[in-house]
Design a protein around this ligand. Structure first.
Ligand code: PMP
Length: 351
């Protein structure tokens, strides 16, 4: 704190990102990165940019990437927005699309960046309790609101909301923007992008950090009605007209185009998730059904903070949130088979 800070900054409570440890010998299962690395075609496309084009400014509109996303989802490029990680895309969404005067609605267990953006942009919000199976109850979102946002699958629970339920939510809220944060949608969910042509109030956001293994590149996107996209472009162009650099545009577009590599690696993660789930259940853990690249689990007889500390002593780091209802859970990213085995071996010794 300094006397030079504005009152606004003094009151700001920023998001605390997951730990990125300096030690490289840890089994890192704490921030939901993909163990398989990006598509080789994406790496080659980025290398080509590096060799030939960094002297030049990037395309401020990221056209090549928008086209790749539009082709993949059978939408038009003007229905696509791209930004520097989905965190930045979400920042623009909060800034540009939620109405002040009525509260934004989101679940009480959810991505902890949402209340931070509310603080940043002065948005009132109400959190709505998940049911006892950690599921979103659509009926609870039928009330006056200035927008609705939730991750699907939810974070950090991994629980999936069916597309039919999302459709009910959209129909019940025709005057609100409904944002579905699909950071983890490719590990078993069905994208709400299939609904954007029917619902002008729907926006789906995605990231290339998880299923396309490009967390280090920082690329995210949103798909929705062109009017919603135009709002995001206005905000972006008032902030940084080049949110994506040349390497990011080339690598992200090539990653979207390489469907075979993407599908293969997603399948591997899903298969490992199912195997880890069964093995942890055999150790006495209760594991929530996950459609993400992580699992959310608790042991009825063990304290979660102590388990996380014990795992760390065995060189395995996982995420523990000190938050009321989820305090007894661990969020564990699915890693490569040898990392998952190291996790299970450590858990066997601890429990
Ligand atoms: N949404 C959710 C639900 C997330 O868990 C994350 C990852 N922390 C993000 C968005 C942001 O992802 P990124 O900024 O890497 O695109």
């Amino acid at each position: 704190m300094s006397k030079f800070w504005s009152p606004f900054v003094k009151a700001l409570v920023p998001y605390v990102p997951g730990e990125q440890p300096k030690l490289t010998n840890l089994v890192k299962l704490n921030t939901n990165e993909n163990p398989y690395g990006p598509s080789p075609k994406a790496l080659a496309a980025m290398q080509a940019e590096l060799n030939d084009n960094l002297r030049l400014y990037p395309d401020p509109n990221g056209e090549r990437l928008k086209r790749a996303v539009a082709d993949y989802y059978h939408v038009r490029p003007e229905q696509v927005f791209v930004g520097n990680g989905s965190d930045e895309v979400l920042a623009h969404v909060f800034h540009g699309l939620f109405q002040h005067g009525k509260p934004l609605l989101f679940p009480d267990v959810t991505y902890s960046f949402y209340p931070v953006y509310c603080g940043l942009y002065g948005i009132d919000y109400e959190t709505i309790a998940l049911d006892d199976r950690f599921q979103i109850e659509v009926a609870d979102y039928v009330r006056p609101n200035g927008g609705i946002i939730f991750p699907n699958p939810n974070a950090p629970t991994g629980c999936l909301l069916a597309l039919e339920a999302i459709e009910q939510l959209l129909q019940a809220n025709p005057d609100s923007v409904v944002v579905v944060d699909e950071a983890y949608i490719d590990f078993g969910g069905e994208s709400a992008i299939a609904l954007v042509d029917r619902y002008p109030n729907l926006l789906a956001t995605q990231t290339l950090s998880k299923s396309r293994s490009l967390a280090g590149l920082r690329v995210g996107l949103a798909v929705g009605h062109p009017d919603l996209i135009e709002a995001l472009e206005r905000i972006k162009n008032s902030f940084n007209s080049y949110p994506l650099d040349r390497i990011a545009i080339a690598g992200a577009a090539a990653a979207f185009e390489d469907r075979a590599y993407f599908e293969h690696t997603c399948q591997q993660v899903i298969a490992s998730r199912e195997a880890v789930t069964v093995a942890m259940q055999a150790l006495g853990f209760e594991v929530l059904p996950s459609a993400a690249n992580f699992i959310f689990a608790r042991h009825p007889q063990r304290d979660a903070a102590a388990l996380a500390a014990g795992l760390r002593e065995h060189g395995v780091i996982v995420r523990h949130f000190k938050l009321g209802r989820i305090e007894q859970f661990l969020r564990i990213s699915i890693g490569a088979p040898e990392q998952n085995q190291a996790l299970l071996d450590a858990l066997k010794r601890i429990v």
